[in-house]
Design a protein around this ligand. Structure first.
Ligand code: 5AD
Ligand code: FES
Length: 366
C-alpha cells in the first residue's frame, strides 16, 4: 500500500502521516465530495473497497424487502406514495406476508425488511404478529422500516424480537427537511432523536440520505456523513434523489435548487462518493447498494456501489402485482422481476465482481 499511502499524503497534504481514513475531517469529506479528477477519485474508491474488505469482508448480505403497504399518512414533497396523491393503495394480507417471508428463506436470505409508508392501518398488534411469526418459524433477522412510529410500538416490536429499524434522516439541513418533509399529526418530526431512541431500545439502527435533493449543498452532505458517524449507526442507506413527475418537488425543482456549482447533483458518481466516504468514516457499518443507484445507472450501478464501499443488497420479495403501486420514484430497477429472477441475476452480478452472498443474518460485526 506504499503507493496508495503516498497518494493519500499528497491528497491530504499531510506530509509524513500514514493513511488515516478514520481521521477524515469535515473539510476532507467536503473536498472529496467536490473532487472531480478521476485519478484522485480512483484512490477514494480503492481505499473504500479496502476498508470494506478489511472491516466487513467479501460477503454481500441479502435482505429481502417486503413492501407491506403503500398507504402513507405523510405528505413528503419528493415521494410518489405521499398521502395526498390519488393513486391505488394496497396492503398485503398477513398470509401474503408470510408467503414472502418463506420465499426469502428458500432463496437463502439472512434478513427480511418489512417496509411501508407510514400506515396506521398496519397496527401495532399486526406487526408484532409478523415479527413473532418470523422469529418463531425462520432463522431470519427482522428489520422494520415503517416510518416514525410511537415509542410504545417500537418497544413492543423490539420485545417481540425485531432486530433492526431503518429510518433515513434524509438530509442534515433542517430547514430543507422541514420544507420537503412536512410535520404531520401536529407532531414535530425529529428523526435524529428517533434514531437515538432506536439505539436505546436495543435496535440496530439505520439511517441514510438521498443524494442530490434540490436544495442540497455539498456542505450539508458533508454534515450528513459526519452525522452517520456521530449517531454510531449500524446501517447507512444512500441513494440518488429521483424526481417523480407527480410530486411537488418533481414538478418544481427549480424553486428549490441551489445555483449551479452549489447544488449537489443526483448522479451515480456523487452517490458512490457518499457511500465510499461513509465506509471510511464509519468503518464497519452495513451499507446497501440501493435500488435507486441501480435505477440511475441501470447497467452497473449496483456493482459500482458494492465496489465503492457497500456490502448489502436488498432484493425485492413483494409480489410483482403490487410493485408498480409502491411508486416512490419512477422506473425503479428490478420492479418487474420476480424474486427468483433477481436471484439468478444478482448471483451472476456478484460473481462478476468477485463477491459472495452472505450466510446468516449479517448483523454488524462488533
Ligand atoms: N427518489 C429517491 N429516493 C426516494 N425516497 C423517497 N422518495 C424518493 C425519491 N423521489 C427514499 C427516501 C426514503 C426511502 C424509503 O426512499 O430516502 O427514506
Ligand atoms: Fe433484479 Fe438483476 S437483481 S433483475
Amino acid at each position: 500500500m506504499q503507493a496508495a499511502g503516498a497518494v493519500w499524503k499528497l491528497l491530504r497534504g499531510k506530509g509524513g502521516a500514514e493513511p488515516e481514513p478514520k481521521g477524515l475531517t469535515r473539510n476532507d469529506v467536503l473536498s472529496w465530495l467536490k473532487e472531480e479528477e478521476e485519478w484522485k477519485l480512483d484512490f477514494l474508491w480503492t481505499e473504500a473497497d479496502r476498508v470494506r474488505h478489511e472491516q466487513v469482508g467479501d460477503e454481500v448480505h441479502l435482505r429481502g424487502l417486503i413492501e407491506l403497504s403503500n398507504y402513507c399518512r405523510r405528505d413528503c414533497l419528493y415521494c410518489g406514495i405521499r398521502g395526498s396523491r390519488r393513486i391505488e393503495r394496497y396492503r398485503l394480507s398477513e398470509l401474503e406476508v408470510e408467503e414472502c417471508v418463506r420465499l426469502g428463506v428458500r432463496l437463502g436470505y439472512g434478513t427480511v425488511v418489512l417496509q411501508a409508508g407510514e400506515d396506521p392501518g398496519l397496527s401495532r398488534e399486526r406487526i408484532t404478529r409478523h415479527v413473532r411469526f418470523i422469529k418463531a418459524e425462520t432463522p431470519l433477522a427482522v428489520t422494520l422500516s415503517l416510518g416514525e412510529r410511537s415509542d410504545a410500538e417500537l418497544a413492543e416490536w423490539r420485545e417481540a424480537g425485531a432486530d433492526r429499524y431503518l429510518l433515513r434522516h434524509e438530509t442534515a439541513d433542517m430547514a430543507l427537511l422541514r420544507r420537503i418533509h412536512p410535520d404531520c399529526g401536529g407532531e414535530r418530526s425529529d428523526r435524529v432523536e428517533f434514531l437515538r431512541k432506536l439505539k436505546r431500545l436495543g435496535y440496530e439502527a439505520g439511517s441514510g440520505v438521498m443524494v442530490g435533493i434540490p436544495g442540497q449543498s455539498y456542505e450539508t452532505l458533508a454534515n450528513d456523513v459526519l452525522l452517520f458517524h456521530e449517531l454510531d449507526l449500524e446501517m447507512v442507506g444512500v441513494g440518488p434523489y429521483l424526481a417523480h413527475p407527480d410530486t411537488p418537488l418533481g414538478r418544481d425543482a427549480a424553486s428549490f435548487s441551489l445555483p449551479a456549482g452549489e447544488q449537489v447533483p443526483a448522479t451515480d458518481v456523487m452517490t458512490t462518493k457518499v457511500i465510499a466516504l461513509t465506509r471510511l468514516v464509519c468503518q464497519n457499518v452495513n451499507i446497501p447498494s440501493t435500488t435507486a443507484l441501480a435505477t440511475v445507472n441501470t447497467e452497473n450501478g449496483r456493482e459500482l456501489g458494492l465496489e465503492r464501499g457497500a456490502n448489502v443488497w436488498m432484493p425485492n420479495l413483494t409480489p410483482v402485482k403490487y410493485r408498480a403501486l409502491y411508486d416512490i420514484y419512477p422506473d425503479k430497477a428490478c420492479a418487474g422481476d420476480t424474486a427468483e429472477a433477481c436471484q439468478a441475476c444478482l448471483l451472476r452480478r456478484l460473481a462478476s465482481i468477485g463477491r459472495v452472498p452472505g450466510k446468516g443474518p449479517g448483523g454488524q460485526r462488533k
